[in-house]
Design a protein around this ligand. Structure first.
Ligand SMILES: Nc1ncnc2c1ncn2[C@@H]1O[C@H](COP(=O)(O)OP(=O)(O)OP(=O)(O)O)[C@@H](O)[C@H]1O
Length: 244
């Protein structure tokens, strides 16, 4: 479903990604973990076709990122920090307009909005203008917008950031509930407990290098630690930043 081969990204003389290769399968929630500046957003922006890699290749559901970005865009949904909503549109209007861009029929659109209302508890966001939203309301509509076309690959970059415990719970439950064969969610976070709850496998990124890729139980077993945060520090202390 996702095959990343030796992706690098440099900004001038600074290397944000120093040759990252990894694979993820349909049916997985795949975590991308790392501290601030690790390169998570850079990698996800490349996967979302918003940024070109300096070198390397990647395919998403068999579509090459650089050769066929349009095909990639059709099958992905993306949530990242920089996404705004038009202040005067209600959630329902935002979702209808995105559904239109993806060519969904009116009937399909309304059914999908009802389903997402149920799953994400959109509630009054649907009929309130986005300019009046709280952070949590905004993020719910941003997530609903990203999945309105039922994408095969969902890219969530720090999607829980800034959410209160209720909205965060809704998001984590949504990620878990939408796990399905043929679907991949890439979930980036620096909050290890979130990853522990929703991710099947994780990649740990540090200073643009992959430190580890594996299932959480495998990483805990390898490091002998009781939770992912401790395992993360153990791996970094071991100077393993070039191990993968
Ligand atoms: N346009 C840019 N020009 C120069 N350097 C950049 C640019 N974008 C990102 N970087 C640098 O690349 C590195 C990786 O940034 P990135 O945003 O991918 O990290 P991150 O893992 O997502 O961190 P965070 O959790 O803080 O969002 C950082 O050191 C950042 O300063």
């Amino acid at each position: 479903m996702l095959d990343i081969q030796n992706i690098t990204k440099t900004y001038g003389r600074f290397t944000a990604l120093g040759g990252v290769s990894l694979q993820a399968q349909g049916g997985e929630v795949f975590g991308l973990l790392g501290p601030n500046g690790a390169g998570k957003t850079t990698l996800l922006r490349i996967l979302a076709t918003l940024l070109s890699p300096t070198s390397g290749t990647a395919t998403v559901a068999g579509h090459d990122l650089t050769r066929d970005p349009e095909a990639v865009r059709r099958i992905i949904g993306v949530v990242n920090g920089g996404m705004g909503l038009p202040a005067r549109l209600t959630g329902r209007e935002v979702l209808r307009s995105f559904a239109g861009l993806y060519g969904l029929s009116r009937e399909h659109t309304e059914a999908r909005i009802a389903e997402l209302d149920d799953r994400l508890e959109l509630g009054r966001t649907l009929d309130t203008p986005a300019g009046e939203y709280s952070t949590g309301m905004k993020q719910k509509v941003v997530i609903a917008r990203a999945v309105i076309h039922d994408p095969a690959v969902l890219i969530l970059d720090e999607a829980a950031s800034g959410l209160d415990i209720f909205a965060r719970r809704t998001l984590l439950d949504f990620v878990t509930a939408t796990r399905a064969p043929g679907r991949l969610t890439v979930y980036s976070t620096h909050v290890m407990s979130e990853a522990e709850e929703v991710c099947d496998r994780v990649a740990i990124l540090h200073q643009g290098q992959l430190v580890r890729v594996g299932s959480i139980p495998a990483i805990l077993q390898e490091t002998g630690e009781s939770n992912l945060e401790r395992a993360f520090f153990a791996l970094l202390r071991g100077g393993d930043a070039h191990a993968v």
